[in-house]
Design a protein around this ligand. Structure first.
Ligand SMILES: NC(=O)c1ccc[n+]([C@@H]2O[C@H](COP(=O)([O-])OP(=O)(O)OC[C@H]3O[C@@H](n4cnc5c(N)ncnc54)[C@H](OP(=O)(O)O)[C@@H]3O)[C@@H](O)[C@H]2O)c1
Length: 251
C-alpha cells in the first residue's frame, strides 16, 4: 500500500480504538482499522474512509507480514491493549506473557517494522499508554508495568526520531468506559470512567499536535501531579486502598 494519507489504528474493533477510527474517518482521514474480530472489522468496512485489516498482535509472523504491506504511512496509533485486574497471584504466566506481548512487544515490533514507511512520509506515532504507566497500579501490576515501559520507550524514541522527522507522542488516559472496564470490580468506580468519545477526541488532538506526553482530564492530571510530588510508594498505597475497597464492595 502506498497511499500516504493513511493512518493505522490498532485495537479498532472496540472501545477507544474504534471511537478514534470513527472520529478520524468522520473528519476525512483514511483509516486502516486493525483487530482480530472479523465481524467487527466488517462493520467498520461499511463506513466511508475505513479499511479493516485483520491483525493478531500475539503473532510475530503476522506482525512482520503486516508491516511489509506499507511503502509510506502518515501515522500509526498504537492503541490495542489488554489488562488483567486481580491480585498478581490469582493470575498465571500465560496471562502475564499475553499482556507483555500485546501491550509491549507487539508495539515495539510494529514500530520497528513500520519505521521505514513512516520515515518516507514524516509520519506520526501515537502511543496509547495509561495513567497506570505514570503511577503504580496495584491489582493491575503487570498492566502498569507494560504501560510504564511504553511511556519510557515512547519518550526516548521521540528524541531519537526527531532527526528523521518522525514524531512520537505518548497519550496517557485514565479510566474509560469500554469493554476493558466492563467488569464487576469496576462497577463501584464506574462514575470515574470517562466517556470514550471524549477520550477519543483528546487522543486525536494529541495526534494532531504531537505533544511529548498528554494526560487527558482534570482528575488524571491531578493524579499525575501527585505522583510527581509524593513518593511513588505513597501513591501506590493510596491506589491499593481504593482498588481493595472496590474489590470488597463487589464481593
Ligand atoms: N479502558 C480504560 O479504562 C483505559 C484506561 C487507560 C488506558 N487504556 C488503554 O486504551 C487502549 C484501548 O483500551 P480499551 O479500553 O478501548 O479496550 P477494549 O475496548 O478492550 O479494546 C481493546 C482492543 O485491543 C484489541 N486487541 C486485544 N488483543 C489483541 C490482539 N492480540 N491482537 C490484536 N488486537 C488486539 C481488541 O481487538 P480484538 O479483540 O478484535 O483483537 C480491541 O479492539 C488500551 O491500550 C488500554 O490499555 C484504557
Amino acid at each position: 500500500m502506498s497511499d500516504t494519507s493513511k493512518i493505522i489504528v490498532t485495537g479498532a474493533t472496540s472501545g477507544l480504538g474504534r471511537e478514534i477510527a470513527l472520529q478520524l474517518a468522520a473528519r476525512g482521514d483514511s483509516v486502516l482499522a486493525c483487530g482480530r474480530r472479523a465481524e467487527r472489522l466488517a462493520e467498520l468496512e461499511d463506513l466511508k474512509g475505513i479499511t479493516g485489516l485483520s491483525l493478531d498482535l500475539s503473532s510475530k509472523t503476522e506482525i512482520d507480514n503486516f508491516c511489509t504491506k506499507f511503502d509510506s504511512l502518515s501515522g500509526v496509533i498504537l492503541n490495542a491493549g489488554i489488562t488483567f485486574v486481580d491480585r498478581f497471584d490469582a493470575g498465571d504466566v500465560a496471562t502475564d506473557m499475553s499482556l507483555i506481548q500485546t501491550n509491549v512487544a507487539a508495539n515495539v515490533q510494529l514500530i520497528r517494522g513500520l519505521l521505514p514507511a513512516l520515515k518516507k512520509d514524516q509520519g506520526r506515532i501515537l502511543i496509547v499508554a495509561s495513567v497506570g504507566g505514570l503511577t503504580p497500579l496495584p491489582y493491575q501490576a503487570v498492566y502498569a508495568g507494560t504501560k510504564a515501559f511504553m511511556v519510557n520507550f515512547g519518550l526516548s524514541l521521540r528524541e531519537e526520531l526527531k532527526s528523521d522527522s518522525v514524531s512520537v507522542s505518548v497519550f496517557a488516559p485514565g479510566g474509560i468506559k469500554t469493554e476493558m472496564t466492563d467488569i464487576p470490580v469496576m462497577k463501584t468506580l464506574e462514575n470515574d470512567l470517562a466517556p470514550v468519545a471524549d477520550v477519543a477526541r483528546a487522543a486525536i488532538k494529541a495526534y494532531d499536535k504531537m505533544p511529548a506526553l498528554h494526560v487527558p482530564g482534570g482528575q488524571n492530571k491531578l493524579i499525575t501531579l501527585a505522583a510527581k510530588v509524593f513518593p511513588r510508594h505513597v501513591i501506590a498505597a493510596q491506589a491499593e486502598r481504593i482498588y481493595r475497597k472496590a474489590r470488597e464492595d463487589k464481593a
